[in-house]
Design a protein around this ligand. Structure first.
Ligand SMILES: NC(=O)C1=CN([C@@H]2O[C@H](COP(=O)(O)OP(=O)(O)OC[C@H]3O[C@@H](n4cnc5c(N)ncnc54)[C@H](OP(=O)(O)O)[C@@H]3O)[C@@H](O)[C@H]2O)C=CC1
Ligand SMILES: O=C1O[C@H](COP(=O)(O)O)[C@@H](O)[C@H](O)[C@H]1O
Length: 544
């Protein structure tokens, strides 16, 4: 169904976005308003606005149809907001200043209607100024806010700021008894003899929510329930920015578009899988936030678990977002309860010196957790999720270690196992550690690698920032790389019992030196889980 047409159909409720998704016909034009709530904050400044800038610079956002609104309580002018974010954009002064002109700032509270009514008025004014066909305007709300205010903010958006469905043009007789514009919920008023009439003019309202989505199963479910009463799932984009990273997006291609991985990707061949996140700095100014959450909620329950899903899931029926997310949910539901002996927690020395962190804090800044998947493909293969702050390096990678070669006639086992490593950052790469003949006259073996280093192989090809890609997906209505409600629930089901035990002080983190590998017990757990470290071989990212 194309833009500008009316449709009369028997239907039970308002399902505009789901309907469009189902038919995949949402037009990609029309007035677009992007509203960044929490515009004065850290994420907005460092990630959201720069991502929007890059989309603009590359021509994905057009100045003739897009306008960006910042909203927060802080009382600043448009120019003050622009000055705050200017330094985080780019070096092309002219493009930057054109982009900044698209931004307007509205100040208001998060829990009263007047601010949101003002915001709505500004957005509407922009839509009218662009001669947007009534009903075709698109409103994207990005919640760069602490989760505590999500419920009230969502309520306010629902009440005051939904995309307007213009009726005047299309039902000339009706506008005499209706206000000129109707927000979506009012469409129920259009029920005539059990027929609902609605416009499919490509307009929508979508909400992007930042993690953390709750603190445990119960709080996450409450949040989902609350927001679910206001918006349909198809309107909700729960962002996990690791899903926007280039090599995370490559996982399904690697696994399902390459014949040689298909027969190997299972318990018969793979000994263990490690998914690792390391940062060489501490909580740095975010101690207050971090202490409430800890490394499991901050990194493992979301970023690393999402990666585990993509590594372990079965092939989806097709690339339709719902098929992919169905498979992810199945993997999560197959994860066995976590055993205490499969966990090592750490806290770096000096973490509690931060004045915003309580002196007695039990919050882990490091954790290794071994997950076990109870299904035909993965029974017996440990998935080791490891994350830590203030370690000796910064990187994120997936390391798939294969089993020993049976009947080792070269006696090369001591040199190390085959590994397939996907390096997410820095220096995106994937390499396969394999044993080869040492070049020369002797018949001896050595570990080497097949290396696909992106910087070398794709010279001059820019790798988009995760947020850039995910915001574009939101505008396009593609939910493949966003977390669905049941996925979130299944993820919390895995970690909630462990988190409660940590919160209650039943499990204590071990102290480790900043700049170290973390607690030594973590390496012992790795060895116990079956990981065999290769000695004497180090992969070095190639330089140009
Ligand atoms: N910063 C980061 O790198 C990352 C952040 N996130 C998530 O993104 C969201 C935003 O993060 P971030 O920008 O760091 O957060 P901030 O603490 O900077 O908060 C954003 C804005 O929200 C308002 N705000 C802050 N505290 C409160 C409060 N208690 N009640 C109401 N409003 C408040 C402030 O605006 P004002 O007072 O002007 O209204 C502030 O500028 C969070 O959910 C966070 O977990 C996710 C990944 C990374
Ligand atoms: O979500 C988060 O991610 C960052 C790390 O993101 P990256 O893209 O730089 O790897 C982490 O520092 C932060 O604690 C966490 O909230």
């Amino acid at each position: 169904m194309g833009s500008g047409q009316w449709m009369v159909e028997k239907r039970s409720g308002l399902e505009n976005d789901s309907f469009l998704n189902e038919h995949e016909t949402a037009p990609e034009s029309g007035c677009l308003s992007i509203i960044v709530l929490g515009a004065s904050g850290d994420l907005a400044k460092k990630k959201t606005f720069p991502a929007l800038y890059h989309l603009y610079r590359q021509g994905f956002l057009h100045s003739n149809e897009v306008h960006i609104f910042g909203y927060a309580r802080t009382k600043i002018s448009d120019d003050e907001l622009r000055d705050r974010i200017r330094g985080y954009l780019g070096k092309e002064a002219e493009v930057v200043s054109k982009f900044l002109q698209l931004i307007k700032y509205v100040s208001g509270s998060y829990d009263t209607e007047d601010g949101f009514q003002l915001l709505d008025k500004e957005v509407l004014q922009h839509e009218v100024s662009k001669n947007s066909a009534e009903g075709s305007s698109r409103r994207l709300f990005y919640l760069a806010l602490p989760p505590s205010v999500y419920p009230t903010v969502c309520r306010m958006i629902r009440k005051c700021c939904m995309n307007k469905w213009g009726l005047k043009t299309y039902i000339p007789d009706w506008h005499n008894w209706m206000p000129q514009y109707y927000a979506q919920p009012s469409l129920d008023l259009l029920m005539v003899e059990n027929l609902h009439i609605f416009a499919d003019l490509g307009g929508w309202t979508r909400i992007v929510i930042e993690k953390p989505f709750g603190k445990d199963l119960e709080s996450a479910e409450n949040l989902s329930h609350h927001i679910g009463e206001l918006f349909e799932e198809a309107q909700l984009f729960r962002i996990d920015h690791y899903l926007g990273k280039e090599l995370v997006q490559n996982l399904l291609v690697l696994r399902f578009a390459n014949r040689f991985f298909l027969p190997l990707w299972n318990r018969d061949n793979i000994s263990n899988v490690q998914i690792v996140f390391r940062e060489n700095f501490g909580t740095e100014g975010r101690g207050g936030y971090f202490d409430e959450y800890g490394i499991i909620r901050d990194i493992i329950q979301n970023h690393l678990l999402q990666i585990l899903c993509l590594v372990a899931m079965e092939k989806p029926v097709s690339l339709k977002p719902e098929y992919i997310r169905d498979e992810k949910v199945k993997v999560l539901q197959s994860v066995l309860p976590i055993r205490d002996e499969d966990v090592v927690l750490g806290q770096y020395e000096g973490y509690r010196d931060d004045p915003t962190v309580p002196d007695q804090s039990n919050t882990p800044t490091f954790a290794t957790v071994v997950l076990r998947i109870h299904n035909e493909r993965w029974e017996g293969v440990p998935f080791i999720l490891k994350a830590g702050k203030a370690l000796n390096s910064s990187k994120a990678e997936i390391r798939v270690q294969f089993k020993d070669v049976p009947g080792d006639i070269f006696q090369c086992q001591k040199q190390g196992r085959n590994e397939f490593v996907i390096r997410l950052q820095p220096s995106e790469a994937m390499y396969m550690k394999l044993t080869v003949k040492q070049p020369g006259l002797e018949m001896s073996t050595v570990q080497s690698e097949l290396d696909l280093s992106y910087m070398q192989r794709y010279q001059g090809v820019p790798i988009p920032e995760a947020y850039e890609r995910l915001i574009l997906d939101t505008i396009r209505g593609d939910q493949q790389h966003f977390v669905r409600r049941d996925e979130l629930k299944a993820a919390w089901e895995i970690f909630t019992p462990l988190l409660h035990r940590i919160d209650n002080g039943e499990l204590k983190p071990k102290e480790y030196q900043p700049g170290s590998r973390g607690p030594v017990e973590a390496d012992e757990l790795l060895a116990k889980a079956g990981y065999v470290q290769t000695h004497g071989y180090i992969w070095i990212p190639p330089t140009l």
